[in-house]
Structure formats: structure tokens, C-alpha cells
Write a protein that binds this ligand. Structure first.
Ligand SMILES: N[C@@H](CCC(=O)N[C@@H](CS)C(=O)NCC(=O)O)C(=O)O
Length: 212
């Protein structure tokens, strides 16, 4: 088995779906966590092909992009969907969730303290409309699913891991977390089903805490 090394920050965020996928698949990996304060210096050394994290490295290969890494780990271990069509549907939903992230990022970077600004105003003008636009797409996908997984697959795929992990960190940052799933009962049911997955429990017990 290759020696996998995942490099990300001391955060869950974009690193956590990949850590979860490795754990669900039962594949050991080196979990390198770079302190944010060291990033400028590490970036100078050009360790990341696209100057951003996460990065996966093994057998002399190194590549970035969360979804490419996640899909690779999923597919290598039987979690990429049972056929090309399921895989494409999983990819489409994962890409749509990535579009949602890009839509709310202007609020996130202010809210998390990375850039100055009015987080309260951006919550209303950026985050709330982005959520109102995108959550119905995910609820609709689950409405069509007979298995409770996003791509209607018998076992979870990368999109279930991506959306489950991504919603966890978003919910942590949302000041109205108690109403996070209001109007989206199938997304809430999926979230609970995902976090109850037997192969995820050990990781959930052992993972370090993080800001988000
Ligand atoms: N689309 C990329 C985005 C990667 C990205 O923006 N990573 C952030 C952390 S979540 C980063 O490395 N920021 C530091 C920087 O850009 O210098 C992915 O999903 O991997």
C-alpha cells in the first residue's frame, strides 16, 4: 500500500472530507497539519502544486484540489459509485456544493477573521441568499434517492462525505446553527445518517478539535 501523506491546515474545513474518506475506507495516511501561522513560509517553499491546500502525496506523485483528491481516494477504495452514471451524479452534486462554497466565501473570510469587513451584513447579503439558492438542489437530490445517499447509491460515495463534512464546518460557523436545517428535513436526515456511519465512529472519537 502506498504511504499517503495529506497536507492541510490545523482545521477541518477542506481537509476533513479527505480524512473522513481515508478513515471510512480503512486506509492509513499521514495527516500533516500546518499551523496557519507557518503557511506563508511553507508556501514560499512551493510544496503545493497550486499554492493552496489540501495536497495529497504518495509514490512520488503530488496533487491538489479537494474534490480531485477525495474522488481519487473514494474510487481507489470502492466508494466512487457503482457505475459511471452514479459517479457522474455524485460529481455533479459535489461540484454544485463547491459552487455553494464559492458563493458564500465572501461572508466566510470576513466572519472567520481573515479579512476585515461587516460579517453581520455579509451574513444577510451573501450567506443567506447562497444557502437559499443551493440547499433546495441538495434536498431535491435526496428526494429522488431511495437509499438516503445523495447519488442514490447502495453505499455512500464521495459526495456524501463531501457534503456531510462540509456542512459540519459551515454549521459551526453559522450564528443560527439551531435553525441550520430548517426547511430541509432530508438534508438533516442525511447528515445524521452520515455521522452515524459505523466506519466513521473511530475517527469522530479520535480527531483533534478545530475552530471549524
Ligand atoms: N479549490 C481548491 C481551493 C483550495 C484553497 O483555497 N485552499 C485554501 C485553504 S481552504 C488555502 O490553501 N489557502 C491559502 C492560500 O491560498 O494561500 C480546493 O478545493 O482544494
Amino acid at each position: 500500500m502506498p504511504h499517503y501523506k495529506l497536507t492541510y491546515f490545523e482545521l477541518r474545513a477542506r481537509g476533513e472530507p479527505i480524512r473522513m474518506m481515508f478513515n471510512i475506507a480503512g486506509i492509513p495516511f499521514e495527516d500533516e497539519r500546518i499551523p496557519m501561522a507557518d503557511w506563508a513560509e511553507v508556501k514560499e517553499k512551493k510544496i503545493a502544486p497550486f499554492d493552496a491546500l489540501p495536497v495529497l502525496e504518495f509514490d512520488g506523485v503530488k496533487f491538489g484540489q479537494t474534490l480531485a483528491i477525495l474522488r481519487y481516494v473514494a474510487r481507489e477504495n470502492g466508494y466512487g459509485g457503482p457505475d459511471n452514471l452514479s459517479a457522474a451524479i455524485a460529481d455533479a452534486l459535489a461540484d454544485q456544493y463547491a459552487d455553494f462554497v464559492m458563493a458564500y466565501v465572501p461572508w466566510h473570510i470576513v466572519n472567520a477573521g481573515y479579512v476585515p469587513g461587516d460579517a453581520e451584513a455579509l451574513y444577510d447579503s451573501v450567506y443567506v441568499p447562497a444557502k437559499a439558492k443551493h440547499f433546495p438542489y441538495f434536498e431535491a437530490a435526496l428526494k429522488k434517492s431511495t437509499t438516503g445517499w445523495y447519488a442514490n447509491t447502495p453505499e455512500l460515495t464521495h459526495v456524501d462525505v463531501f457534503i456531510g463534512a462540509s456542512l459540519e464546518w459551515l454549521k459551526r460557523l453559522d450564528k443560527n446553527a439551531d435553525k441550520f436545517f430548517e426547511g430541509f428535513p432530508l438534508m438533516e436526515a442525511h447528515y445524521k445518517k452520515f455521522f452515524a456511519h459505523p466506519k466513521l465512529q473511530k475517527h469522530l472519537e479520535e480527531r483533534p478539535d478545530a475552530r471549524y
